[in-house]
Design a protein around this ligand. Sequence first.
Ligand SMILES: C[S@@+](CC[C@H](N)C(=O)[O-])C[C@H]1O[C@@H](n2cnc3c(N)ncnc32)[C@H](O)[C@@H]1O
Length: 284
Amino acid sequence: MNVRHTISSSANKGKPFLRWAGGKRWLIKHLESFLPETFNQYHEPFIGGGSIFLYLNPKKAFISDFNAELIEAYDSVKNNPQEIIKHIKSFKNTKEEYLTIRTQNFQSAEKRAARFIYLNQTSFNGIYRVNSQGKYNVPYGHRTKYQFDFENILEVSKVLKNINIFHADFMQCIENVKENDLIFLDPPYTVTHNNNGFIQYNQKIFSLEDQHRLADLIQQIKDKKAYYILTNANHLKIREIFDFGDEITEISRASLIGGKGAVRGKYSEIIMTNIRREVNGIFN
Ligand SMILES: C[S@@+](CC[C@H](N)C(=O)[O-])C[C@H]1O[C@@H](n2cnc3c(N)ncnc32)[C@H](O)[C@@H]1O
């Protein structure tokens, strides 16, 4: 049976507990016009900071990501938020403490999650970046006035209560997809918009080959008669790879991707979807 999607009602719900590169909070104001009227289960296989998932607050959902530390943090926030909060409270927001915690490996999953959230919030730009040994290496952010939002961690824990969380490559999500489900796909952007360079903000670069695999996934989603919404860079190559004849909408926004040599400017992105909506009695 189809259910109407539920938008979170409490003002405190629906907020990411992490800063995340490529986060889609800016998309929320455009989202309503892309959603189907009804859908069954929700899937988000590139969950990152989870802004769209947390905003929608769906009752039945599968969320996943390739970043194991991130997924462990979601699991711990779901199962034991109080323990995480206790550990975060024991960490001081100073450069010395930050550099110490950055090198530490903790035994308990909750303390590792606390470390992950603490580093994310007090680091230079919140970007998740690791060195060749897989060690987080973002410098201290000097956000000395920053206050952790513990209330929000507790709220997110409630949103996650009945949600399936797993560490996986995006292709794996298809196993749980059924007819009339909604799959929101927000991959790392492989190409920059003005040239053919690569954006590298993940341990594993999302290659053009991955974009082709993603196109295969979308074909399988369509074959199952489910809905997808894909965000991607507005680039000719991307339009070619995802040439399903589905609707494409261009959206401009201020890019917040920082780093050496990065320019903060307006970039255009595209949203592709097989959802057909009725506007003034006419299907687009
Ligand atoms: C653009 S971010 C998602 C941001 C998210 N929508 C938000 O609002 O915060 C892309 C995510 O894809 C994940 N990722 C990269 N390669 C992946 C893969 N092969 N399978 C699953 N997730 C992957 C990254 O770890 C990152 O969290």
